[in-house]
Design a binder for this molecule. Structure first.
Ligand code: HEC
Length: 337
């Protein structure tokens, strides 16, 4: 059965090849023999141009109807796109600059923490990343936390421990709004992930307050002009000014330096696993590429017997004739009828 199919397909290929070569010869001969059959070149040019114009026209029509983007907001409502900065810690082979994290945490504590909470960060996570155990313990003890209810059901106060979370400035959202003209200062733990533009956006926001709103800009009372904030009117006033904090490592505390440090710190608080993740990624790439190479080698080894074998088909010999060409004709006739 298999043998017959193979034979038939081989014959079909042969027939097709013959037919193709025949047509080719015929067309060459016809084009060379008579000039009347050839279209004149200017007609070709006109036809080609017409088709091109029609194609471009229909594309343009399609774009005019469906292609134009629709904007839900004006550029002012979207906010200015933040400038992109080459953040060192965002590079594939770089870690956080832990000195900068330490400075950034200082900026958070001394400036932002009066309005913004950092609810997801317990003191224990600071250990080894931003400060020593003793420093973190001392910092935790500066604040008081509720104890478990005692035998009388009373809840008392105790000094903080490493397992406690960084305290929030306000008791609840309502108190936060009441203190900020109705605007809620959002929690900063995941802020870098929560805003389009991440680090760049927050850096630009903190450093982007102009001295005065530009001419013609409408700023509601109680709001401040910031072109990077969607809507341009933000309830947070400019908070960073040169020399606001005293860095213990002697870094000059310029506005942009503090903004950069606090943004890097906020990136750490949103992605504390980043250093480990990158290190793990490189290990996976290194080990994975060795294993991949090995698997390719093993695959070639295992398949070599199959890949290098040779399949030979021996057609049954027609006892009527030993000549292969006549044998094929014979087979055809006998199988066809
Ligand atoms: C005086 C209080 C106050 C201080 C201090 C403060 N903020 Fe804010 N912040 C606010 C308020 C209020 C908002 C809400 C603004 C709004 O919704 O209009 C806000 C909003 C933000 C936002 C969110 C903007 C957005 O896109 O929604 C970020 C990010 C931010 N602050 C970062 C900081 C950082 C970093 C610091 C410290 C360097 C800081 N803030 C210090 C009051 C403050």
């Amino acid at each position: 059965m298999l043998a017959r199919t193979t034979l038939r397909s081989a014959r079909t290929v042969g027939a097709a090849r013959n037919a193709a070569s025949k047509t080719a010869t015929r067309s060459t001969s016809s084009s060379s023999s008579g000039s009347s059959g050839t279209a004149s070149p200017w007609r070709n040019t006109i036809a080609g141009s017409a088709v091109t114009v029609a194609a471009i026209g229909s594309l343009a029509g399609y774009y005019a109807i469906f292609g134009r983007p629709a904007h839900a907001m004006t550029p002012a409502e979207e906010g200015l796109h933040p400038t992109k900065y080459p953040w060192e810690h965002e590079k594939l082979y770089k870690t956080f600059d832990h000195q900068a994290l330490r400075r950034g945490f200082q900026v958070y504590r001394e400036v932002c923490s009066s309005c913004h909470s950092l609810k997801r960060i317990p003191y224990r996570t600071l250990v080894g990343n931003i400060m020593t155990v003793d420093e973190a313990k001392a910092l935790a003890e500066e604040n008081e936390y509720d104890t478990e209810p005692n035998d009388e059901g009373e809840i008392e106060k105790r000094p903080g421990k490493l397992s406690d979370y960084v305290p929030s400035p306000y008791k609840n959202d309502e108190a936060a709004r009441a203190a900020n003209n109705g605007a809620l200062p959002p929690d900063l733990s995941l802020m870098v992930k929560a805003r389009h533009g991440g680090c760049n956006y927050i850096f630009n926001l903190l450093t982007g307050y102009p001295e005065e709103p530009p001419a013609g800009a409408v700023v509601q009372s109680g709001l401040n002009f910031n072109p990077y904030f969607p809507g341009t009117g933000i309830a947070m006033a400019r908070v960073l000014y040169d020399g606001l904090v005293d860095y213990e490592d002697g870094t000059p505390a310029t506005t942009s330096q503090m903004a950069k440090d606090v943004v890097e710190f906020l990136n750490w608080s949103a992605e504390p696993e980043m250093d480990d993740r990158k290190r793990m990624g490189w290990k996976v790439m290194a080990i994975g590429s060795v294993l991949f190479g090995l698997s390719v080698w093993v695959k070639r080894y295992k398949w070599s017997t199959i890949k290098t074998r040779k399949i030979i088909y021996n057609p049954p010999v027609n006892p009527a004739s030993r000549n292969p060409s006549t044998a094929r004709v014979d087979t055809k006739i006998s199988s066809g009828r």
